[in-house]
Design a protein around this ligand. Structure first.
Ligand code: PLP
Length: 414
């Protein structure tokens, strides 16, 4: 009798990789079905060799693109000498990086850690210790609705978005949230009990919302009036992305914070976060009050130093290409009535759509583009700083196709 043998259906490499994750990882991420194998410049390639223009840079991390030759060289050189030696000893790069960041930020001292969340946690500890040294009741934090500062209990406590917080309540007490553009609410929330005001000058995860000069200056004035710290979260909007080193430098004369936190692009892909403070805030932390095993390692600091050197040279390019990208986006989106607004600074751009547009991400992938949609309705673009105008043109062509498809499929509600 003839036996029918089912042809063996081999799982593709991509399917095997995805299956392993489904089985063995905590299911915290809703990933797209894309396995990235390598990157070069502004492009990445998937497991099947398909090429994508990366307009998201690992959510703002790969700001120098992929495999930047100077970063590769610094890593290769340092990895054979010293990767890590703990914070029990000195190495040659931590102090140099701190001095360099002090020079570009206008602040005085640095503490290095490994992520944005860790920097936000450290900033909260400084704020608490600063307030407590003045008065035990000076422990309130004022933060913005719609903000995002990270996923630890402390960082969540100052993140003004219920969807991230709800499952973990109760969080830290004493946090007052105010609307983004409401200087009156800010004035009403800040008092002698306030230890710190936390702001993102361009809300990133929240949908690329620049805060504006009036709110920023008011926050500075109130922090001075009530002897509180002004803390700026520059994790997504800083380190070159807005076309200046930091978003607070967009305002002229610049409003200096007492404390600033940065991360994402700083390590050019390695996990590096930093807390920068002025002397007033620095005094809140004495020896032994804060620390980290990994933070400020030799490899991380050497690479971050090289990253800053490269960004120095790229700032005019970021401004010019950012303006070009924004102008082209405005031109392209004008004919789509469902586009509400294009906003942002430098190479941090958002396009707000008047319906849920999460599917734009997969539509863009089909066009060979990596983009992101945040808050359901905002297309978020955080391209590498090295992006060229011809790559912007390529991005615009792909995005136009995505928008055209949406125009065909989307029926405006009556
Ligand atoms: N703060 C801001 C403004 C952010 O955008 C992020 C991350 O997106 C964080 C904090 C948290 O940083 P990380 O994910 O490196 O912990």
């Amino acid at each position: 009798m003839e036996t029918l043998i089912e042809p063996a259906i081999e799982a593709t490499i991509a399917e095997q990789i995805m299956a392993a994750e489904r089985k063995a990882l905590l299911q915290t991420y809703a990933r797209y079905p894309l396995v990235i194998m390598r990157g070069k410049g502004c492009h990445v390639w998937d497991v099947d060799g398909k090429k994508y223009l990366d307009l998201l840079s690992g959510i703002g991390v790969n700001a120098l693109g992929h495999a930047h030759p100077r970063i590769v060289k610094a890593i290769r050189d340092q990895v054979g000498k010293l990767i890590h030696c703990s914070n029990l000893y000195y190495h040659e790069f931590q102090g140099r990086l701190a001095e360099r960041l002090a020079g570009i930020s206008g602040l005085d001292r640095a503490f290095f850690c490994n992520s944005g969340t860790e920097a936000a946690e450290g900033a909260l500890k400084i704020a608490k210790a600063f307030g407590r040294a003045i008065h035990p009741g000076k422990n309130e934090i004022v933060a913005l609705e719609n903000s995002f500062h990270g996923r630890s209990i402390g960082a969540l406590s100052i993140t003004g978005q219920p969807k991230y917080r709800n499952d973990f309540e109760p969080l830290l007490p004493g946090v007052r949230f105010i609307p983004r553009h409401d200087t009156g609410a800010l004035e009403a929330a800040v008092s002698e009990r306030t230890a710190a005001i936390f702001l993102e000058l361009i809300q990133g995860e929240g949908g690329i919302y620049p805060l504006g000069e009036e709110m920023t200056r008011k926050a500075r004035e109130l922090a001075d009036r009530y002897n509180a710290l002004l803390v700026l979260d520059e994790i997504q909007c800083g380190v070159g992305r807005p076309g200046t080193y930091f978003a607070y430098q967009l305002i002229q004369p610049a409003v200096l914070p007492d404390l600033m936190i940065a991360a994402k692009p700083l390590g050019a892909g390695l996990p590096v976060g930093v807390i920068m403070t002025n002397e007033r805030a620095a005094k809140a932390l004495g020896t032994g009050m804060h620390g980290t095993t990994f933070g400020g390692g030799a490899l991380a600091c050497r690479v971050a130093l090289e990253c800053v050197n490269i960004i120095d040279e790229l700032l005019p390019h970021i401004r010019k290409t950012g303006q070009y990208f924004r102008a082209e986006l405005e031109k392209m989106t004008r004919r789509f009535p469902f586009v509400r607004e294009v906003r942002g600074h430098g190479l941090m751009l958002g396009v707000e759509i008047d319906f849920t547009c999460k599917h734009f991400v997969t539509d863009a992938m089909a066009e060979g583009l990596l983009i992101n949609v945040t808050h359901e309705t905002v297309v978020r673009l955080l391209p590498p700083y090295i992006i060229q105008e011809r790559e912007v043109d390529r991005a615009i062509r792909g995005l136009r196709n995505v928008f055209r498809k949406a125009a065909r499929n989307h029926k405006p509600s009556a």
